[in-house]
Design a protein around this ligand. Structure first.
Ligand code: KG4
Ligand code: ZN
Length: 334
């Protein structure tokens, strides 16, 4: 079954065609992230207008290489996300489905991040699994019992982990999106260290690390970094990025391992933009190795928002055909 997936939840516009949930036939995207460098975060109105600009050229390019008639269903991420951006993808998918008389499949964007791990020619996750979704809008731990049964265990009480990266980047004068910039500075610091030579200097908090639940909070650490930078001229930004990453990732790792233990899961699935981070990948991989859990990360290109992951998710829920009066939902949950 060949599914075309559209992703337009935030500042990426992406169209992917995937066969049987795994084989990528086409995947192209456009982003308006460069427009937000000066703001330090996405401006929803601008992001929505850019979605309008990008969607038709992306579809045109997709169909110049692939026969439209070979598509069996159209899938779209209908939430959560920015409502103006979401509407562009949802209305486009509805129109394609209506005129080509093919089913429409609505996909939860967060589930899409889970299924990004099926877009590989290698091993795929075995359910039940724990999923850790870490993106610009979300930080969630989920028990994925089966393709139809996602149980939300906990998430952030305030800022998402990606948001914390973006804010810290902004405080340090780095451009949006902040995650890759913070990682780059942290790497410069870690490359300059001898093995095991690290001693923390800035006393950053490890928010909620011992709370023994699956909730997170990242707004305090952002404020901590803000005050630290404001009150101290001697800050080394590379070291600060390294210590910030360590705090945040230690918390994510501890709660993820707790969830794996509590649900006796032998498989971890990680997804979302922050899962592109190499420090996080190594830390989580090492911990999973120790407790004999198989750990999956998407290819970096599919860590961030993309249409292929939406097409993959749709394949695994292809019996859920959506009505053509489908609405976008900015606050959709697991
Ligand atoms: O999943 P995503 O593309 O969009 C949302 O659904 O939100 O995630 C975007 C987020 C941004 O906050 C960005 O700074 C963060 O992912 N990000 C990273 C890295 N690459 C992207 N955070 C940390 N390290 C990275 N290498
Ligand atoms: Zn996302």
């Amino acid at each position: 079954m060949v599914i075309l997936g559209i992703e337009s939840t935030c500042d990426e516009t992406s169209v992917g065609i995937v066969e049987n949930g795994r084989k990528i036939i086409s995947s192209i995207d456009a982003t308006s992230a460069n427009l937000f460098e000066k703001y330090g975060g996405v401006v929803p109105e601008i992001a929505a207008r850019e979605q309008v600009k990008f969607i038709i050229p992306l579809l045109k390019e997709t169909f110049s290489n692939f026969d439209l008639k070979k598509i069996d269903a159209f899938a779209v991420a209908y939430g959560p996300g920015l409502i103006g951006s979401l509407l562009i993808g949802v209305e486009t998918a509805k129109t394609l489905s209506f005129f080509l008389n093919k089913p429409l499949i609505a996909v939860n964007h967060l589930e899409g991040h889970v299924y990004a791990n099926w877009l590989t020619t290698g091993k795929i996750p075995i359910l039940p699994a724990i999923a850790l979704i870490i993106s610009g809008g979300h930080t969630d731990l989920v028990f994925v019992k089966s393709f139809d049964d996602f149980k939300w265990l906990g998430g952030t009480l305030d800022d998402s982990v990606g948001e914390a990266f973006d804010k810290v980047a902004k405080i340090l004068g780095l451009s949006y999106p902040g995650g890759p910039q913070v990682e780059k500075l942290a790497k410069t610091f870690s490359d300059s260290l001898g093995a095991d030579n690290f001693k923390p200097l800035y006393n950053l908090p490890f928010p909620m690390i011992n709370s023994r639940d699956f909730n997170f909070s990242f707004s305090g650490i952002k404020t901590f970094v803000f005050n630290l930078v404001k009150n101290n001229r001697e800050i080394n930004p590379n070291r600060l990025c390294f210590e910030f990453q360590k705090s945040v990732f230690d918390v994510l790792e501890k709660k993820t391992i707790l969830a794996l233990r509590e649900y006796d899961a032998k498989c971890l699935i990680v997804g979302g933009g922050v899962s592109a981070n190499n420090f996080l990948r190594k830390m989580i991989n090492d911990s999973c190795l120790k407790i004999e859990v198989d750990c999956y990360f998407p290819a970096k290109k599919f860590s961030i928002d993309n249409g292929a992951m939406i097409a993959s998710a749709a394949f695994f829920k292809k019996n859920y055909v959506s009505p053509l009066d489908l609405s976008a939902s900015s606050t959709l949950h697991f």
